[in-house]
Design a protein around this ligand. Structure first.
Ligand code: COA
Length: 259
């Protein structure tokens, strides 16, 4: 197992830590492959109900794809590297559990792109976001040209991608890139607390909600509404739906089994 990714487990919550702090957690092939494998393994484990993704050290979530590794890449190498980053992002989005990104510093380039493959983000006050690839004469390659626009709107996304502008946590909050800004000391605890709260909900409902909200972005609204109706109906008759509604009526806390 690669030591570039730390894997922890707190009950139903998995915690993944990008771990190359001396390189500001720059994303090389080994680290992205480890992340992809970890997310796929966690996805196969029904006991995982939420995940937190963060970076090791106190400076970076990830300061981008590894520039040293990319510097001499051929066109084919670069295309394959981009595909690997896309596979990791796609696996994060396809996973049955939500992923809360805890952005503990720089989230630049591929780091910002991986963050945006999380379901939503919390950030510490000194977090910085950006897609500075044009300053290296390339473009975002792990989904940034598309995911940033979906998060902050096409105009602001174009401005950030064309200028390489780096924005701080408060601006990221203002444009909707992050949900919450807290102190560095509080960040991981806040992300874990939210993940634990998600993990206490009906697991199939959370997975279904994630799937419908994600797929709904890529289809016409009428189709998205149809997806919602299908998924809503599909949850009725499950043990958890019965338990959740019975527990409400009996004024007690529900106990879900994921069925
Ligand atoms: N790829 C490879 N190595 C990186 C890296 C990246 N994206 N980002 C940082 N590092 C490495 C540095 O090379 C340095 O390694 P060294 O100590 O062996 O020289 C180490 O991480 C610390 O970074 P450093 O640049 O010395 O820190 P800083 O505080 O002066 O600057 C940043 C921090 C984030 C502003 C700066 O590292 C930076 O601009 N990184 C690249 C950001 C980027 O363009 N990302 C998009 C890539 S597509």
């Amino acid at each position: 197992m690669s030591d570039t990714l730390i894997r922890e487990r707190e009950g139903a919550v998995a915690v993944l830590v990008l771990n190359r702090p001396d390189k500001l957690n720059a994303l090389n092939q080994e680290l992205i492959s480890a992340l992809l494998a970890a997310v796929q393994e966690l996805d196969a484990d029904e006991g995982v109900r939420a995940c937190v993704l963060t970076g090791a050290g106190d400076r970076a979530f990830a300061a981008g794809a590894d520039i040293a590794a990319m510097a001499e890449m051929s066109t084919t190498d670069a295309r394959l590297f981009s595909e690997l980053g896309h596979r990791a992002g796609a696996a994060m989005e396809a996973a049955h559990f939500p992923i809360v990104g805890a952005v503990n510093g720089f989230a630049l380039g591929g780091g910002c792109e991986l963050a945006m493959a999380c379901d939503f983000l919390y950030a510490c006050e000194k977090a910085k976001f950006g897609q500075p690839e044009v300053s290296l004469a390339v473009i975002p390659g792990f989904g940034g040209t598309q995911r940033l626009a979906r998060r902050v709107g096409i105009g602001r996304a174009r401005e950030i991608c064309y200028t390489g502008e780096v924005i701080g946590a408060e601006e990221a909050l203002r444009v909707g890139l992050v949900n919450r800004v807290v102190s560095a000391a509080e960040l991981l605890g806040a992300a874990k607390a939210t993940a634990q709260k998600i993990a206490s909900m009906g697991p199939r409902a959370v997975a279904s909600c994630k799937r419908v909200m994600l797929r709904g972005e890529d289809v016409p609204l009428t189709v998205a509404h149809e997806l919602e109706m299908q998924a809503f109906g599909g949850l009725f008759g499950t043990a958890d739906q019965r338990e959740g509604m019975r527990a409400f009526l009996e004024k007690r806390k529900a106990s879900f089994v994921g069925r």
